[in-house]
Each structure stands twice: as C-alpha cells, then as structure tokens.
Design a binder for this molecule. Structure first.
Ligand SMILES: Nc1ncnc2c1ncn2[C@@H]1O[C@H](CCC(=O)c2cccc(C(=O)O)c2)[C@@H](O)[C@H]1O
Ligand SMILES: [Zn+2]
Length: 362
C-alpha cells in the first residue's frame, strides 16, 4: 500500500530503495500496540461486501473492488456518511462477533500484540441489536482472539458526539452499569464530527465514566482548532488525544502535552483521506516530535483509508526520517501510552527489544 502524499521529491537511489524495503520488512515483523482504531472502521473489504450482499437495501457495494472507490471521501462529512452506511450493515450479534474476530485476525497478521479498539455501542443498540447480546458478541470474539492469535484486545466505548446527549447518556450507561459493561472495557471516548459539537457539554458523562474507573480518550483537534484539544484536556480530563492534529497551531498546547506526557494518537493517512490535512508532507507529526510530545502511530479506519498499521509506521518513518531503532521507539511509545498493566507493558517492550536487536545483529 503506498501512502497518499503528492510527494514530487527525486526518485530514490538503489540504496535508498533497498533501505526502504528493509524498513518495511522490519516493520512487518515488529511487535506493536495500537491505541486508536475503530471497530466498524476496521471491517475488511471482504467482510463489508459480504454484509452488503446480505442486505439488498444497502448502498454499500457488494464487490470488494468497488469498495475502493466507495471509500474515497470529498470531506469529513462525506466520510461520516460512508462510515454510517457500513454501521447500518451490522445488524445481528453474529455480524458483531464475526467483524470483531476478523479485525483481531488482521491485527495479529501485523504483529499487533495489544489493541484498544474503539466501539460505538449506541450506534448498534439504537439500530436494534440487544445490548446484552452485543456485549456477549464482542467479549466472545475478544477471548477467542486472545486464545487463538495471542492478540490482547481491550475496548474503548465512544460517544458519537453529533448524536448529542441522548447518545452520551446511553453510552455512559452501557459503560458503567455493572449488569452490562463488558470485562474488556478500559476507556471512554468521543468521536464523530467536531464542528458544531462542543466538548464541554459531555463533561458530566466523562465524569461518570472516570468515576467508574474508565480512562478518558476523546477525539479532538482533528477537524477543529487547538481550543477543542484544550477543552478535551480541561473539561473531559483527557489522558490521550485522538488525532490532536491542530495542536501544532498552539505552542503552549504542545508544551503542555509534552510536559504532562499526554500522548497524541496520530493517524497520518486518516488525516489525508478525510481531508483534515492536505498532504502527508504537510502533516504536523514532525512538529509534535520536535516539541517533545509523546507520539503514537495508529490506523484509525484502515480499510476505509486504504492503509494498515504497518503502512502507517512506514509513513511515519518516512516523515520522521527514522531507522529501525527510531521505528522501535515509536512502537514503545504506544506501549507506554496504553492502559495495559505494568507486566503487560514489560512483556511487549521486551519483545520489541529482542526483535530489534536480532534484526540489527551483524
Ligand atoms: N477519524 C474519525 N474521527 C471521528 N470519528 C470517527 C473517526 N473514525 C471513525 N469514527 C467513528 O465515526 C462514528 C461517527 C458516528 C456519528 O457521527 C453519528 C452521528 C449521528 C448518529 C449516529 C448513529 O450511530 O446513529 C452516529 C463514531 O462512532 C466514531 O467512533
Ligand atoms: Zn478515530
């Protein structure tokens, strides 16, 4: 998969091409953690086309090839429309289980040892899927994935902000009611369009989620300015920020993020595909690193953006001019910023170190 920049730099030399090939090979085998990736957004073209074929009333193509054009977006609002047309395909608990298990399989193929998968339960329960059956489906898939692939999944439940306080109430109830909240739930987020969806209104819901032991990880600064990131920090007590792209416009914000170790969940190709950033070469990831911000690399909605996590690491390596050790450090950033327990973090970090040392051994 190539990145989507309109990069017109000179053609690489033979040595540079070999080095890039070698780095792709290194990335493919590197143990990783992923912190910002969406459940429905990770449905593979095969799964999406199979589900579309079951529902003739859907506008989603039933041919995986035709999905490539269907997954090209004129702007963020268009992306959300397409995203919801795929959400509409998820209609039964078996659809939910199949999707979740296959997402875990795709992650395992990229050596993802741990992932915090963002799920929007409101979107499924409001479409008629029973909440108990929904939770059983994702938990069954989570346990099967861990047993069969060795990939540890945890859940982030997010509020689709544009759906307003009704969605907020339903999401925080599903996330905090011990009769229904799933064992794998660790965090609480806020997704969807940011324009016209001010973050402060969700403070009471984040307060309830945090009081129930969940970690705060809202999207912010993806399609609006740094003030949305400040609101996510000050009103929603964000421990990490989804995207945070516009933070680069506010040096004080960058300094705050760096000083307090608040990680940005950077999704480079997503920002290009949704038109949040014009080209990869203009992406602010370099400014984040220069300011000392903890940067993690993520795929967001990989099949929808024509990418996968390995490709996102390759894009980041190119933009940051990283060698194998630099890429391994990026992977360890995600482990550090994760909500995995200390033993789990040590285990993945040791795997990363062992793999990198073996790769670089003369
Ligand atoms: N890069 C992204 N940036 C932001 N969000 C992203 C990104 N990728 C994926 N998402 C997901 O998109 C959904 C949006 C759902 C939404 O807006 C909505 C609005 C009105 C009604 C309903 C409904 O369900 O009835 C849903 C969220 O679930 C979110 O998790
Ligand atoms: Zn996202």
């Amino acid at each position: 998969m190539s990145d989507q920049s309109s990069d017109h730099s000179a053609a690489p030399t033979a040595g540079q091409a070999r080095q890039a090939r070698d780095l792709h090979a290194f990335i493919a085998g590197l143990p990783k953690a992923e912190l910002h990736v969406h459940h429905v957004g990770s449905a593979s073209p095969r799964i999406v086309s199979e589900l579309a074929a079951r529902h003739s009333d859907s506008k989603v193509p039933t041919d995986p090839e035709a999905l490539v054009d269907y997954f090209s977006f004129t702007d963020f609002a268009h992306f959300i429309d397409v995203y919801l047309s795929v959400v509409d395909l998820i209609r039964t608990p078996e659809d939910v289980r199949l999707l979740t298990y296959e997402v875990a399989r795709d992650m395992a193929r990229q050596q993802v040892r741990y992932a915090e998968l963002t799920i929007t339960p409101f979107s499924s329960t409001r479409r008629g899927i029973d909440e108990r059956a929904f939770m059983d489906a994702i938990e069954d898939a989570r346990k099967a994935a861990e047993a069969e692939f060795g990939t540890v999944l945890r859940w982030c439940f997010d509020i689709p902000g544009e759906a307003g306080l009704e969605a907020a109430e339903e999401t925080v109830r599903l996330a905090t009611d011990d009769r229904v909240r799933p064992e794998g739930l660790v965090s609480f987020g806020l997704g969807g369009p940011e324009v016209g969806v001010p973050r402060p209104q969700f403070r009471p819901y984040f307060d309830r989620a945090i009081a129930a032991g969940l970690r705060s990880v809202p999207h912010a600064g993806e399609t609006t300015g740094p003030e949305t990131v400040w609101d996510a920090l000050n009103e929603l007590r964000a421990e990490r920020i989804g995207h945070g792209t516009s933070s680069a416009q506010d040096p004080k914000l960058l300094a705050h993020l760096a000083e307090h170790g608040i990680a940005l969940e950077v999704c480079p190709t997503s920002n290009i595909a949704t038109r949040a950033v014009r080209t990869l070469d203009e992406h602010p990831i370099k400014e984040f690193v220069r300011a000392g911000v903890l940067v993690t690399i993520n795929s967001d909605d990989p099949p929808m953006f024509g990418t996968d996590l390995n490709n996102e690491y390759a894009v980041a390596a190119r933009l940051l001019d990283l060698d194998e050790r630099g890429v391994a450090d990026l992977a360890k950033n995600a482990v550090r910023a994760s909500f995995l327990d200390t033993a789990g973090k040590a285990r993945i970090n040791d795997e990363i170190d062992t793999y990198t040392s073996a790769w670089l051994a003369p």
